[in-house]
Design a protein around this ligand. Structure first.
Ligand code: ADP
Length: 513
């Protein structure tokens, strides 16, 4: 059985365990891929927001280059685009030559702003040189420069006369994100995400859903043109982590349930196989027990018959004794064969019962008369206590007799020094019963249920020496069941046993009692 248990565990639990580990491993891989893909997607969205800002400012740059010599067009342009504060230009590397085209706030060419821009450009001289180098290779780059509240974007240009100039525009960052970026953010997010713009101190500026945002973001990038701002993305509903976690929890729960079912199946298969093996073992024991049971009376009969046949016994009394042994053993043989046949019939459901209203006392009295000689001979005290006026029961007398005789047989077999068998009839709880009590070896509590199973024999201590087939009590139980009765057992190891067959009187069945 241990081997079978181990094999079952190996062939069921191991593959399932492997599968589960594999699944969990795969789950982690999938989660990683999913997370990576999501991260990439989020970054692509943030990239597109930056690209869009770049495109807007690029289109402004083109327009400025186109109309820079026409003051009134420039004035209109700057008025139309609220986010542009001022536009300026200067010849290459001559930061003193800043020429204010227009400044929306002051409407004048304010000296302080001119100075501020001048010093900012001066501080970024190298960068500006690079921009001109790019221009030589035919590439115009927008470069943000920031100081205090000033956000400017500069780019290079070659004017009609072929000389290089630097053009810049000061941007109102707040208006830029609110008026220009926000509609774009709303379009990109499509209510699936929240795209949030915050400043470098994580102070909230705007969000694509126009609501205040306080939580954390999944991914965040600085804005190319307004580096003092960051654009971030957050989930509108549950986060990807939430989704993955709930999926993982569901999967693990499912696997847990599956494992439980498999374990239950293993336990079921194990106990079924165990039962079958035990039954096979019991059957094998039964065959050897039956052979043994048959061999003993046969040996006795043939021995005594032979002795008589050879006329070796001169004494008449001895002869009589031998004849009686032969007859007793023949009876025993008959009983064994009968009980095996009856058992087989019962098993096949072919035994017919002949139920008749009967007084149980008559049946017991009959058994007592037949068996008292046999019991006294074996040194037993054999007594009967029959309760008068028992209500009639509808029974098959022969079958009930067979059951009671089986119980008496056991009482004899399983008694030691204290040889005492008592038959008792009575009424209890409006039912009729017959009891067979002995003062024998008794039955341990954990064996008491099993002894009614077919072929089962208690296999400890003394009992090994006692012959039997293991079908006696199972036959008794089958007979009692066929009468819709009950069999009860009260037993204590070393003190004796009482088997009680309980039957329903006819009055109870017919509602008179
Ligand atoms: P068996 O042929 O072995 O007697 P039974 O089915 O009649 O088979 O009984 C099953 C087992 O129950 C016996 O092997 C014995 O261990 C136990 N048993 C039955 N009757 C008694 C009893 N009166 N006292 C003690 N043990 C009993």
């Amino acid at each position: 059985m241990k081997k079978i248990g181990i094999i079952l565990i190996l062939i069921i639990i191991l593959p399932v365990g492997f599968l589960i580990f594999n699944e969990i491993g795969k789950l982690n891989d999938t989660e990683k891929v999913l997370e990576e893909t999501y991260k990439n997607q989020l970054e692509a969205i943030l990239f597109s927001v930056n690209q869009y800002s770049d495109d807007i400012v690029n289109s402004w740059a083109n327009k400025i280059i186109e109309i820079k010599n026409d003051r009134s067009s420039l004035r209109n342009f700057i008025t139309d685009n609220l986010a542009i504060k001022s536009i300026f230009s200067l010849t290459k590397n001559n930061f003193e030559s800043i020429h204010f085209v227009f400044d929306k706030q002051t409407e004048t060419q304010s000296d302080s702003i001119r100075k501020l821009i001048g010093s900012l450009l001066f501080a970024n001289e190298n960068l500006i040189d690079k921009l001109f180098e790019y221009q030589k290779s035919g590439y115009r780059k927008l470069e943000p420069l920031n100081r205090d509240n000033l956000s400017i974007v500069i780019f290079t240009n070659q004017n009609a006369s072929g000389s290089d100039e630097l053009i810049g525009l000061a941007i109102n960052p707040d208006l830029f994100v609110r008026k220009i970026l926000l509609p774009r953010l709303q379009q990109v997010s499509q209510n699936q995400f929240r795209i949030v713009i915050r400043d470098s101190n994580d102070r909230f500026i705007i969000s694509s859903d126009n609501k205040e945002f306080t939580g954390g973001v999944e991914s965040e990038k600085p804005m190319w043109l307004l580096p003092q701002y960051k654009v971030g993305i957050a989930f509108a509903g549950p986060t990807i982590q939430d989704l993955i976690r709930s999926r993982a929890t569901n999967n693990i729960l499912l696997i847990g349930v599956l494992l439980m079912i498999l374990l239950a199946a293993v336990v079921f298969v194990y106990s079924a196989v165990k039962k079958e093996l035990e039954l096979a073992q019991l059957k094998a024991d039964f065959v050897s027990n039956v052979s043994h049971e048959l061999r003993t009376p046969l040996a006795l009969i043939s021995m005594f018959a032979e002795t008589l046949e050879l006329d070796r016994v001169k004494n008449d009394e001895k002869k009589k004794e031998y004849y009686s042994i032969i007859s007793q053993e023949a009876n025993r043989l008959g009983r064994i064969v009968n009980s095996i046949l009856n058992f087989a019939k019962m098993e096949a459901g072919k035994r017919k019962f002949n139920f008749e209203p009967t007084n149980l006392n008559d049946v017991i009295e009959n058994i007592f008369q037949t068996y008292s000689y046999h019991l006294y001979n074996k040194g037993f005290k054999f007594e009967k206590y029959l309760t008068d006026s028992l209500p009639a029961v509808r029974i098959d007398s022969e079958a009930i007799s067979e059951a009671v005789i089986n119980l008496i047989d056991n009482a004899i077999k399983y008694s030691n020094e204290k040889k005492e068998v008592i038959l008792r009839t009575g009424i209890s709880d409006r039912k009729v019963y017959v009891e067979v009590s002995d003062k024998g070896i008794g039955i341990a509590p954990d064996e008491q249920k099993k002894i009614f199973d077919k072929f089962y024999r208690v296999s400890s201590g003394l009992i090994h020496n006692v012959k039997g087939t293991g079908i006696g009590l199972s036959l008794v139980k089958q007979i009692v069941d066929a009468h819709n009765g009950k069999i009860e057992l009260e037993s204590k190891t070393g003190a004796g046993s009482t088997f009680r067959i309980i039957l329903f009187p006819i009055q109870i069945i017919e509602g008179v009692f």
